[in-house]
Design a protein around this ligand. Structure first.
Ligand code: 8YV
Length: 322
């Protein structure tokens, strides 16, 4: 019997990642990519030394309490960790890691895609052509909002926010941001810091959300704060759905307060998102594709495995969050 650690891998991962898992561990893979229930995860963990989950698996305090003692680590295949109760893991002595850095470029690309898709009415145009409804061209046909030279506001100037800001500068946008702490001048790259979200909002022609989902950020972008945005602003969310109050956003998109929104993440995703989003023409919708490139998903898997390698070599994993 091999003494390689057993890793419960909850989802199907890219081939290169599974090959490395097979080489270095005894992985319990999920070739059919079936979503496991919490009970199944607990049951399958009976033999596992660690779990490699995605954000699709919830490790709340109850699940963590029920995990068998042999589980030493939860090495997430995600940078976001709102699906794991870190305090509960810490209390039980389970090491938790995430995968920062490797997905910043891909997610920032999607933020820019959401911004442009929303600003230039990409969904309406796409649908029109596919439905064979494009009959004419005119100087006033489907006019959108130009982003060049406008103000790009960031909530959460972490790794993804910084790359998104850099890309926005490519459109000559002036970058404004709110972050829990001000960045160093080298990282700020001329971005204008605002001490509160409320201070930031009036300066955002585009508001791009990149902060983590925490109890403090839940519903942060609500009716009161949306009212502080300039009329005709665009809201982009590639962080987590929970940061946005859906009713308030939908109301502002319907009333014309906002020009449009570009959303990659949702409350209730994947199959229980607010139904009104599907009806609005001025929202550009993507199904949580932020990190969905081959390079990035392999990078995330390798980063999770680097963390597991450290755990089982008795070293401190670089991305330890609990
Ligand atoms: C991931 C993400 O694909 O890493 C994150 O936090 O939101 C996504 O880009 C997903 O979480 C994988 O588990």
């Amino acid at each position: 019997m091999s003494d390689k650690p057993v890793i419960l891998v909850t989802r199907k991962l890219p081939d290169a990642v599974e090959a490395r898992l097979q080489r270095d561990y005894r992985p319990m893979l999920n070739p059919d990519d079936r979503l496991y229930s919490a009970d199944e995860i607990i049951e399958m963990s009976a033999e596992a030394d660690a779990i490699l989950p995605c954000h699709t698996e919830k490790f709340d305090a109850d699940v963590i309490a029920r995990l068998p003692k042999n589980v030493r680590a939860i090495a997430n295949f995600s940078v976001g960790h709102d699906h794991v109760d870190l305090e509960a893991a810490k209390a039980k002595g389970i090491i938790v890691t995430n995968t920062p850095d490797v997905l910043s470029d891909a997610t920032a690309e999607i933020a820019i895609l959401c911004m442009l898709g929303a600003a230039r009415r990409a969904y309406e145009g796409e649908r029109m052509i596919r439905a064979q409804k494009w009959k004419d061209w005119s100087p006033t046909f489907m006019l959108g909002a130009q982003t060049t030279g406008k103000r790009f506001g960031v909530i959460g100037m972490g790794r993804v926010g910084q790359v998104a800001a850099k890309r926005a500068r490519g459109f000559d946008m002036e970058v404004h941001y709110y972050n829990r702490s001000r960045l160093s001048p080298e990282l700020e790259c001329g971005a204008i810091y605002h001490e509160t979200v409320e201070d930031l909002l009036p300066h955002c022609d585009v508001l791009s959300i990149h902060c983590p989902a925490t109890p403090q950020t839940t519903g942060l972008v609500n009716q009161e704060r949306i009212a502080m945005l300039p009329d005709g602003a665009i809201v982009v969310n590639t962080g987590r759905g929970g940061v946005v109050d859906d009713e308030a956003l939908i109301e502002a998109l319907t009333s014309g307060k906002l020009f449009a929104a570009g959303l990659d993440v949702f409350n209730g995703e994947p199959d229980n998102i607010h139904p009104k989003y599907r009806e609005l023409d001025n929202v550009f919708l993507l199904p949580h594709l932020g990190s969905a490139t081959v390079e990035t998903r392999v990078g995330m898997g390798f980063r999770a495995l680097d963390n597991l390698d450290a755990v089982f070599a008795g070293r401190e994993p670089v991305d330890r969050i609990a």
